[in-house]
Design a protein around this ligand. Sequence first.
Ligand code: SAH
Length: 461
Amino acid sequence: MPETAGRRSNVVSIEITGLNHDGDGVGRLDGLAVFVPGALPGDKVRARLTVSKKTYARAEVVEITKLSPGRIRPPCAVAEPCGGCSLQSMAYEEQLLWKTRAVEDAMARIGGLKEITVRPCLAAKHPMHYRNKVQFPVAMQRGIPVAGCYARGTHEVVPTEDCLIQHQTNNLIVRESLRLISELDLTVYDERRGGGLVRHIMGRVAPGTGEAMAVIVTSIKRFTRGGEFVSALMKAVPGLVGVLQNINSEKTNIILGRETRVITGRGHIDDLFGNDRTGRLRFRISPLSFYQVNAEQAAELYAQALEYAGLTRTTTAVDIYSGIGTITLFLARSCRQAFGIEEVTRAVADAKQNARLNGIENVRFLTGRAERVLPRFLQGRGVKPDVVVLDPPRKGCEEGVLGTVVKMRPGRIVYVSCYPATLARDLAILQRSGYRAVETQPVDMFPQTNHVESCTLVVRE
Ligand code: SAH
C-alpha cells in the first residue's frame, strides 16, 4: 500500500473513476482496483481499507473530500443505510449513462466485441414507485413493529414507511399491516430466538388493472385474530382483492414456506400487460409466480425484443427460459408458431393458463432444463426455428444451450439479459460460431439500483 498520511489506520485517499457490477465505486491504488461502496465516479474520498487481496481491495468511505458533479442528495430518507437502492445519490441521467457504459465495457472487455452498437440506455418514464412487488421482513424495534429492507450486509431491518421505488399500493399494504399488528397486539417473528408470529409482509399489484394482493408470512399456521386482520386490511387498501397467509416455520433466510392459503377474497390478481408497441395481454399472477417487477419498462424491453425478432406470419419462434410465458405469448401473436421452454413446472402451468386466458393457440410450452429439452424436442418434431429468444437468469446460458441453438441455425437470436458480464461472454461464444452480435438496447428496468437489463440482436452470418 502507498505511503499516505493515513497508513497506520489504513485510511487512503482515492479518486473514484468507475462503478463495478454491484454498483460500488471503483478507484485505483498503485494500479490495484479498490471497491468502495457508496462512492460514485467523480468523487474523491478518504476511505478505510477493509479487505486487501492480491488482485483487489475493498474500502469504506470515511469522508468524501470532493463531490462528484453527478451526485445529488438522495430523495429517500433511508437511502444510505438501506440495502435496496445503491444508485440513489446519482442523478437519474447519470445512472443511465453509467448503465450504458456498463454494457459497453462488458462488450469490449469480456466479450471482445468491437463492432457491436450499444444504444443509450432507455430511460424509465417513472424512475420512482415502479416496483409492483414488495417483500419486507418485519421486526420489533423498541416495542414497535417495523418493516423494510435489511441494512446493507446485515439482518437489521431499516424501517421504511414510504419506499420510493415501491408502488404506492404496496407501501399502503405494508403500513396498514404494521398498524394492524400493533392494534391487534400480534407478535413479530424473532430471527435469533425463533418465537413470534409475523415474519414478512408481501404485496403485489397489477399496475394495468389496479388489482392487489397481500401475503402475510407467519411462523405457524394459527393466525391469532387473523379474521379481524384481513377484514381491516381489505377495507384500508383500495384495489386489494385478496389476503393470503403463507406459513414458514423453518429457521431459514428463505422468505416463503411451502404452504399458502387464501384467507379472504381471491388467490390471484390479473394484470393487463403491454403498451401500444406490443399490444396488450392478460396475465394471471399467483402469489408465488415470477412476474416482471417493473411492468411498464418490461413492456418496452419486450417491444424491442419483438422488433429485433422481425416476425412474419411464417416465422417459427422458440423462447428459451420462458417463465410464465410473457415473451412467448407476444411472439405467438405475430408469428406462425411459438414454443416456450422453462424448467419450473409451476411457471409452465401459469404460462399455459395465460395462453388460454388470451385465446392464443399457436403456442406450446415444454417443461425441463433447456439444455436437455432443446436437443430432444428438435429431433422429435423436426422443428426448425427462424428466431430464438434467450432470457436466462444472471448466470447466463448453459454452453449446451448455446451449442444446440447454433446447430438449429436460426436466422436471428434475440438475447434478453439482466447481467452484462454473462451476456458478453455468451455473445462471444455465438460470435465464434457463425453469428454476429449487431446491436444492444439497454432498458432501465430498475432505476435507483445497479441492475442493468438489455436486449441484443444477433444474426447468422
Ligand atoms: N422470460 C420470462 C422469464 C425470465 S427469468 C419473463 O420475461 O418473464 C428466467 C427463467 O429461466 C426463470 O423462469 C427460470 O426458472 C428459468 N430457467 C433457469 N435456468 C433454466 C434452464 N437451465 N432451463 C430452463 N429454464 C431455466
